[in-house]
Design a protein around this ligand. Structure first.
Ligand SMILES: Cc1cc2nc3c(=O)[nH]c(=O)nc-3n(C[C@H](O)[C@H](O)[C@H](O)COP(=O)(O)O)c2cc1C
Length: 356
């Protein structure tokens, strides 16, 4: 797949998730394979030009974190243009413009979703950026402001004329926020609205089958995964395998020990990039995502939100300390086994027996 001059190894993308898609997570995803392009969290163009340390931290990267797109937001054309040039000079491979963020802080200054409502102004801003750099400039948008204003097809056409190399479409309106159903027919309309540039569909891709349906129903050229990648960082590799060999069925899920290995790798990268105390604090919100797939994880989560150092979590061999390990499952008739008492602490669902 190509985005302008940039050649990608797959048509699967990591969506920007502010606060999550930092360098450690991007490296984890890349090490597991299958992803074609990762994007940073959104970065304020003005902050970048002012060399604000927080903005600089957001664009921190390494050779292994490649190819990388940086997502910019802002509404002042000169600032967006200059920030694009700074990024190009730093070796960024592609620049994405945020036009979909519904957050007040971003819309208030005319960025994010607010850009979807002002077609001409937005086109002019994009033209200025495209003319200022050689690397591809892309845009990420929602379907529109609300159901009465599904502006994405018109905006996509205008942005194609303005020179963007690809468009990412989150199949929800600004009004929907992050809830409600992703509108695949709406994404299809955007695919049909443009002439040549690739449209990348986004929203609620949590399994390889969902990615396939996104491709099949919308005709999109690529699929971008956000929260689904946090839930399952293996999703890119498994999806690629599933799309390339559909007759072989779904690739198997990673084992428990593989999940632990990757989780600990994520912690180590957090510590490398942010230092131990801050890295551990950030890891507190990451670990529960891995634990969702561990089975009952209340005890794990209770302890992990308190860690301040690596040694409080794993031993020297990278093995989870006992309090983070799931208790062995023992049948109720093995009453003399101590683990029975622990098993009985696992809450069972309340509700009608016949639907369990
Ligand atoms: C916590 C969070 C942070 C996000 N941050 C950004 C962002 O910085 N830039 C952006 O364009 N979209 C952002 N999004 C939107 C996602 O990129 C994506 O479009 C949306 O979550 C739908 O995809 P998903 O269902 O795969 O997560 C964010 C979403 C969430 C939940």
């Amino acid at each position: 797949m190509r985005i302008g001059s940039l050649k990608l190894e797959s048509n699967l993308f990591l969506s920007p998730l502010a606060g999550y898609t930092n360098l450690p997570f991007r490296l984890v995803v890349r090490e597991l394979g299958g992803v074609g392009l990762c994007t940073t969290d959104l970065v304020n163009a003005r902050s970048l030009l002012e060399k604000n340390p927080k903005a600089l931290k957001l664009i921190e990267t390494r050779p292994a974190d490649s190819p990388l797109a940086v997502q910019l937001f802002g509404s002042v054309p000169e600032e967006m243009r200059d920030a694009a040039q700074v990024l190009e000079s730093l070796g960024t491979h592609s620049i994405d413009i945020n036009m979909g963020c519904p957050v007040r802080k971003v819309c208030k200054v005319g960025g994010g979703s607010a850009m979807m409502t002002e077609l001409e102004k937005t086109s002019a801003l994009v033209r200025g950026m495209v003319a200022a750099v050689k690397i591809p400039v892309t845009a990420k948008m929602r379907l529109g402001w609300d159901d009465e204003n599904l502006t994405a097809p018109d905006l996509a056409r205008a942005l194609e004329d303005a020179g963007v190399a690809a468009i990412f479409v989150h199949g929800r309106t600004r009004e929907q926020g992050f809830g409600g159903t992703v509108n695949l027919a709406g994404i299809r309309k955007v695919v049909e609205a443009v002439k040549t540039i690739p449209i990348i569909g986004n929203g609620d891709i949590t399994t390889p089958q969902a990615a396939k349906k996104m491709f099949d129903d919308t005709g999109c050229a690529g699929v971008s995964v956000g929260r689904g990648a946090f839930y399952d960082p293996w999703i890119f590799r498994r999806t690629l395998q599933y799309l390339n060999h559909p007759n072989e069925g779904l690739p198997s899920e990673p084992s428990f020990s593989e999940r632990v290995r990757v989780m600990v790798r994520h912690l180590d990268l957090m510590i490398e990039v942010f230092g131990e105390p801050h890295g551990c604090r950030m890891f507190r919100k990451v670990a529960p995502w891995y634990a969702r797939r561990f089975g009952p994880c209340h005890e794990f989560n209770k302890h992990v939100v308190k860690i301040s150092s690596r040694a409080e979590f794993v031993d020297d061999n990278g093995e989870l300390l006992p309090r983070f390990q799931p208790p062995p499952m023992v049948a109720s008739f093995m009453r003399d086994e101590p683990a029975v008492a622990q098993r009985e602490n696992i809450p069972v669902p309340k509700g009608p027996v016949e639907v369990w």
